[in-house]
Design a protein. Structure first.
Length: 375
């Protein structure tokens, strides 16, 4: 039934899963060819279809056993012009099939998502160069996932460096991969790119990410205002030294100005046993008013705010300063940030530095009249 729907170009069939296990939902269907001829037929149908948007192929290694028609199946897919989401599982992409898949990626101008799950990515004989060329040609990619492929770190580095020009990329998933210091150095180039738009970085299940890796990523993020989420949930090798680097870029307490210029956009660090101080800073960063977020960090981490830089503007700057404290009170718990005490301290610093400006001007005529009235 699903195969005939693909051949009929059924507009209601938008998601297709090539799998022997699946549940048909609205807008989706699954199909598993029972013989080689059906596999080639399916490829032809997908190639001619203009309504499919998502294609997920599970247990692709079983399709390879169907022989030459597996190549015919992939060549049929290469003719499709509507698929924007491609997910492959258990496929050997180190040989001829890798070249065919890369050709599809390179020639598909509307592809936005590619996910490789438990695939073989030996990518020998220039395969890494071919994959990078395919990915960089697909300028609309906003999500890339390489999950459980057990790729060597040098290959991962080449792939990451190869996608630096994908400025539409929003989500990068590298789950269970061999990411260490070299891999994080490559990721740092992505995070530092001022034209980059990466929002979500998942490095889940990579136990090689340690303090040095955390410091590399934290330092790269100091100039980034785009990334929202980082996930390395099962990484237990990051200690206080690594978390201190994240704390530093989220809230640099070396000066008020440094705190103001800290990162206020990273919202989530998904990891087991995240330190309490980091959880608190990330909670602040979830606020939508980033000026307010910066103000709250300043009030929390600076017990005395030095007003000396503002004194040269005389009392004209005092009302905006007081207003800043009043607005900060609306967004913070007074008990935690002690806003009123810090506001009074600021006013006192102005009064101490310029006491005469707090005294009403002396009027001689008025003074003489009052003396005469007394007499």
């Amino acid at each position: 039934m699903t195969l005939s729907r693909v051949e009929r170009n059924d507009p209601a069939l938008r998601h297709l899963k090539v799998s022997d296990l699946g549940v048909t939902r609205e807008g989706s269907g699954y199909y598993w060819p029972s013989e080689s001829a059906e596999l080639a037929r399916l490829g032809d149908a997908i190639g001619a279809n203009t309504k499919l948007q998502r294609l997920i192929i599970r247990r692709a290694n079983a399709l390879v056993e169907m022989g030459a028609n597996n190549a015919a199946f992939l060549e049929g897919i290469n003719r499709n012009t509507s698929i924007s989401y491609l997910s492959l599982s258990s496929y050997d992409l180190s040989g001829v099939m890798g070249h065919v898949v890369n050709e599809f990626v390179a020639n598909n101008s509307i592809l936005t998502t590619i996910v490789l799950r438990s695939c073989t990515l030996g990518l020998g004989n220039g395969g890494t160069r071919i994959l990078n060329s395919a990915l960089t040609s697909c300028t609309n990619l906003n999500r890339i996932g390489i999950l459980g492929c057990n790729v060597a770190e040098d290959i991962l580095v080449d792939v990451v460096l190869g996608i630096r020009g994908l400025h539409q990329l929003r989500m990068l998933f590298l789950q269970g991969e061999n990411f260490g210091t070299a891999g994080c150095e490559a990721l740092a180039t992505l995070l530092r790119d001022p034209n980059g738009n990466l929002r979500h970085l998942h490095l889940d299940d990579s136990d090689r990410i340690d303090d040095d890796c955390a410091i590399i990523l934290a330092n790269a993020l100091k100039g980034s205002s785009k990334l929202r989420n980082i996930k390395f949930s099962r990484n237990s090798t990051i200690t206080g030294r690594g978390w201190d680097a994240f704390s530093q870029f989220l809230c640099d307490t070396s000066s008020v100005n440094a705190t103001y210029l800290s990162n206020h956009t990273l919202k989530n660090l998904e990891v087991v046993n995240l330190p309490t101080n980091l959880s608190s800073l990330l909670e602040l960063n979830r606020g939508t008013d980033k000026e307010q977020v910066a103000t709250q960090k300043i009030l929390r981490h600076h017990t005395r705010l030095d007003m000396e830089p503002f004194l040269e503007w005389d009392l004209g700057v005092l009302p905006p300063v007081v207003n800043c404290f009043d607005r900060a009170r609306d967004g913070a718990q007074n008990e935690e940030f002690n806003v009123d005490a810090k506001k009074l301290s600021a006013i006192y610093q102005f009064a101490k530095a310029k006491p005469l400006m707090f005294v009403p001007p002396f009027n001689k005529a008025t003074s003489k009249r009052k003396i005469c009235e007394i007499n």
